[in-house]
Write a protein that binds this ligand. Structure first.
Ligand code: NAP
Ligand code: FE
Length: 372
């Protein structure tokens, strides 16, 4: 199989990197739409830094701050309507994966007419507004992927738009915005990033480059686990700034991995937990990842052995134990739910990415082992 590596995003990292690199916004246009969630960007200083940088280079802007978690198709169309009616030249998304995913869909829909029924068709004109992204969680890596994942009510799941022009032009990585990120979101997003890196290694599209990036990401995240657990045990403390930095870099690396490899059955199965049970995205992956590794190990023991070694663990059981400690008590999922979720997950494109291809019954067993 031929392998490909494509990652056209300019990545600028470090404390105060937005204000110090305001010139980078100039080539994107004269008017920006800032796409973000309701609160966090205003509280963590990221929106203020972006506005300061834009003011300093004479770029005007308006703010669309209505992006909810797991953004809907309607939210993307609403944002695109605002972008069009205000003639904005480019999009700046600030936040976790949700504003970044919405930002990409807005950049696409503002540049071309796409009917709702064709939104996930993959057939688009080569026109997208330029984008600059500021991740404020360390998890999705959406600042360096070509995916926009939206809640797709027509299919009762989350569906990904995958289009090479959706890679942002610039990503600014500054971990200072995460100083007050809650323990729960810190863990869930770190687990999402870990899942990206591990799934990348379990993908048929894995390559020498993606595996090198994935291995480093896995190592970095696993090294942060003791720090995170210590932090959780001490009330009112903040997580050490170096750990925050490490998690952000690891999440970015894992994003570059899935940009090449896609995600596997783990994400496909997790989407139902999010859609029907409102389980956080990263948490959903973490609850399923261990059992999917065990399933894959039956035919690919060396691959899973290598991943476990990179994690500095003994076996899959020990990994599941680490996830249990991080994620706590599991949600209740009934056997009927499991049957239905398996029937949805098996239809997704992700299944074709798995090095060991599961059938629907395998997915059912993985859910059962994870929850019952
Ligand atoms: P999120 O839904 O973007 O944000 C979760 C919560 O964290 C929100 O309440 C948000 O508040 C808050 N928050 C964000 N940054 C914060 C900060 N620095 N300090 C305090 N609170 C903060 O969660 P996420 O886990 O980052 O993203 C999950 C989404 O990404 C899912 O929809 C998933 O499908 C998608 N995803 C996309 C890709 C991709 O490649 N495109 C990959 C993986 C996952 P506000 O709402 O006020 O901002
Ligand atoms: Fe994810």
């Amino acid at each position: 199989m031929t392998s490909k590596y494509f990652m056209p995003t300019r990545v600028v990292a470090g404390r105060d990197c937005i204000v110090q690199n305001s010139d980078l916004f100039r080539p994107l246009g004269k008017k920006a739409l800032i796409v973000t969630g309701a609160h966090s960007a205003k509280n963590n200083g990221s929106e203020k830094d972006v506005k300061t940088a834009l003011d300093s280079v004479g770029i005007s802007y308006l703010v669309f701050d209505k992006v909810m978690s797991n953004p809907s198709v309607a939210c993307a169309y609403e944002g695109a309507g605002i972008a069009r009616s205000n003639d904005v030249d480019f999009i700046i998304a600030i936040g976790g994966g949700s504003p970044m995913d919405a930002g990409k869909a807005i950049a696409l829909l503002a540049a071309q007419e796409i009917e709702e029924e064709d939104l996930f068709s993959g057939k688009y004109d080569s026109k997208v507004l330029p984008m600059a992204f500021v991740p404020t969680t360390a998890g999705t890596g959406a600042e360096v992927t070509q995916y926009s994942i939206l809640t797709n009510d027509r299919k009762q799941t989350k569906t990904s738009i995958s289009f090479d022009l959706l890679f942002p032009s610039i990503a600014f990585l500054d971990a200072k915005y995460m100083e007050h990120l809650s323990i729960e979101t810190t863990i869930n997003t770190a687990v999402d990033a870990l899942s990206h890196a591990v799934e990348g290694m379990m993908s048929v599209r894995a390559s020498v480059i993606s595996n090198a990036l994935a291995a480093e990401s896995i190592r970095m995240i696993m090294c942060c686990v003791p720090e995170i657990l210590d932090w959780r045990s001490v009330k009112n403390a903040v997580l050490d700034a170096n750990t925050r930095e490490q998690l952000l870099q690891a999440s970015f690396l894992a994003g570059t991995v899935i940009a090449q490899t896609g995600t596997t059955a783990v994400h496909a199965m997790g989407y139902s937990l999010t859609y029907f049970k409102d389980v956080d995205h990263g948490r959903a992956n973490g609850l399923l990842l261990g059992e999917f590794m065990r399933f894959t190990a039956k035919q690919q023991p060396e691959l899973i052995g290598r991943i476990i070694e990179i994690m500095n663990l003994q076996d899959v059981d020990q990994f599941i134990n680490v996830m249990d400690i991080l994620l706590g008590e599991k949600e209740t999922i009934s056997p009927e739910d499991i049957r239905y979720y398996s029937s949805l997950a098996i239809q997704t494109r992700n299944i074709g990415n798995c090095v060991v291809t599961p059938v629907q019954e395998d997915l059912q067993k993985i859910y059962e082992a994870s929850f019952l």
